[in-house]
Design a protein around this ligand. Structure first.
Ligand SMILES: Cc1cc2nc3c(=O)[nH]c(=O)nc-3n(C[C@H](O)[C@H](O)[C@H](O)COP(=O)(O)OP(=O)(O)OC[C@H]3O[C@@H](n4cnc5c(N)ncnc54)[C@H](O)[C@@H]3O)c2cc1C
Length: 493
């Protein structure tokens, strides 16, 4: 396997394969392995030559963990794209270079199945599934990581030898802890995942057609939008409160509302519109959507435009809400600050949101509020490494910019906004009765900064809660030389 250096025409393309243009790396060379053996060789060579190695699958990291100027060797898994049923393990193999969209396509066309996972089809399964992975179907089916049966990983032992290990959820498996770590610890911590095995925990027998959930027979989507100018602080508060109340009433595992997922896009007033988009499945989908809108939008009394559409699961999954990924999306520099909520926003938080979303500033940004819970909340916090299991919403303050002048005002706005949402807990969503930390798939290095996290609660408690000490032991055992690390990686304990 070659070393792809800056002199190679493929180098610029591979270095450019990243969503967040805020970060840029310049590795000495890039490897594009085709097999686990290739990955072992690439890692061994990097370790022997004392070069810092990082791994990339889909390139959708929100922080600079891969595009890092200190990384000397980039292992890019773009060529490892197999999807197949493995009768020996009665589970589907998905190689780490497969994107979420390609996984949806292969599982649907091959078997009419689905693995519930993330929203953007370009995300790589390699860096995604091991971070928990929520998405459009998580309230109905749970997180992608809840279906993890096994993982193949290239690790480096205390003697500096790279080798591959398979770890499964079988309790008798001596590597069971390594499997558990990959159900929510996030990427770049223990080694390079080369493939996943996926199977529903309740599946029995050896029939591929029942190994994962059947894909929904159809998807009904809705979009509504209001003119921002029609809102004042009172009607804005009413809208946010209604959304929170709906989430509070419909996030138990067995509620019929778990067949509905929606996001309230509280855009900055500069953008002109407030929006809500979502989907529901099953024969009563339209009824669920109507009830949802009646509860949230109806009482506001402000006219809105509504669109509803039906499509197959696959057609939707490969191009969901195309207007979210418009031209310019490929050049964006972004900052996303995530928070889990167990209870709706308080009046004070709503007032803060109104203030930041209406302030005159040269920025584009929003507060996104996504429904959460449902089946996700049917699993205990320590059964997997995804610890947040009784939340009703996942919320994110987002901003993006294209030109360099956009960086300072956008970052200042999004950081201050997030901090001021949590004034009593040091500017972060500490685990308490209302909030429950943040999602590692949406990493935010500010949570490890004393300037932005004044809570006294360390960043790792925000992401992993009580699961962190167990993750630290697994790190010490499987990556004793700390070969795989980044700004928010697990510290051996
Ligand atoms: C537009 C967009 C939409 C998103 N939507 C969702 C969503 O709906 N739900 C959700 O849960 N998340 C979502 N995310 C977050 C996404 O899940 C994470 O950013 C995820 O880590 C991306 O994986 P990747 O392989 O594409 O990224 P990469 O940039 O390749 O890697 C991300 C991290 O994982 C590590 N990594 C990558 N491959 C491997 C591997 N094979 N073995 C070990 N470590 C590895 C990297 O070193 C890095 O630390 C979204 C992100 C973006 C940018």
């Amino acid at each position: 396997m070659e070393k792809i250096t800056p002199a190679d025409i493929r180098y610029a393309d591979l270095v450019g394969k990243r969503f967040n243009k805020r970060f840029e790396g310049k590795p000495e060379y890039i490897r594009i392995p085709s097999s686990t053996e290739d990955v072992i060789a690439a890692v061994q060579d990097a370790v022997d030559s004392k070069r810092r190695v990082v791994v990339r699958s889909g390139g959708h990291c929100l922080e600079g963990f891969v595009s890092d100027p200190t990384a000397q060797v980039l292992v890019d898994l773009s060529l490892m794209t197999g999807v197949a049923y493995d009768a020996d393990k009665a589970a589907f193999i998905v190689e780490s270079g497969v994107t979420v969209g390609e996984m949806y396509r292969r599982l649907f066309l091959g078997w009419g199945l689905v693995l519930p996972a993330g929203e953007h089809p370009g995300i790589g399964t390699g860096g995604h599934i091991l971070g928990g992975a929520f998405g459009f179907l998580c309230r109905e089916y749970g997180l992608a990581a809840d279906y993890l049966y096994g993982v193949e990983l290239v690790t480096v032992d205390a003697g500096g030898i790279a080798k591959s290990i398979i770890a499964t959820r079988e309790t008798a498996d001596p590597h069971h802890d390594l499997w558990w770590a990959h159900t929510g610890a996030g990427g770049g911590n223990f080694g390079i995942v080369t493939r996943y095995w996926l199977r529903a925990p309740e599946a029995t027998g050896n029939d591929p057609f029942t190994a994962l959930p059947k894909a929904p027979d159809k998807i009904t989507t809705f979009r509504i939008s209001w003119d921002w100018q029609a809102f004042n602080e009172t009607s804005f508060a009413h809208l946010v409160r209604n959304f929170g109340t709906w989430c509070q009433q419909h996030s138990q595992p067995d509620t019929p509302g778990s067949r509905l997922f929606s996001i309230l896009f509280l855009n900055h007033r500069n953008i002109g519109k407030l929006e809500m988009k979502g989907l529901a499945t099953g024969p009563g989908a339209m009824l669920l959507i109507n009830e949802h809108l009646t509860a949230i939008a109806g009482p506001i009394g402000i006219a809105y435009e509504q669109q509803t559409e039906e499509s197959s699961w696959l057609r939707f999954a490969l191009n969901p809400f195309p207007e979210l990924f418009q031209p310019g999306f490929d050049n964006v520099q972004a900052k996303i600050k995530d928070a889990f909520f167990r209870q709706p926003f308080t009046d004070r938080q709503i007032a803060t949101a109104y203030q930041y979303l209406t302030v005159q500033a040269p920025i584009g940004g929003m507060l996104g509020m996504a429904t959460y819970g449902g089946k996700v909340n049917s699993i205990s916090p320590d059964a997997t490494a995804s610890a947040q299991r009784d939340c009703i919403m996942d919320v994110a303050c987002n901003t993006g910019w294209i030109t360099p002048e956009g960086a300072a005002p956008s970052l200042e706005w999004v950081r201050n906004f997030y901090r001021d949402l949590f004034p009593d807990t040091g500017g972060v969503p500490v685990p308490n009765a209302q909030t429950d930390g943040a999602m590692i798939n949406h990493p935010d290095t500010d949570l490890a900064s004393p300037e932005w996290n004044r809570s006294g609660i360390p960043w790792h408690t925000l992401y992993y809660k009580d699961n962190y000490p167990r993750l630290q032991k697994i790190k010490a055992k499987w990556d004793p030389l700390n070969i795989f690390h980044h700004a928010l990686s697990i510290q051996a304990g």
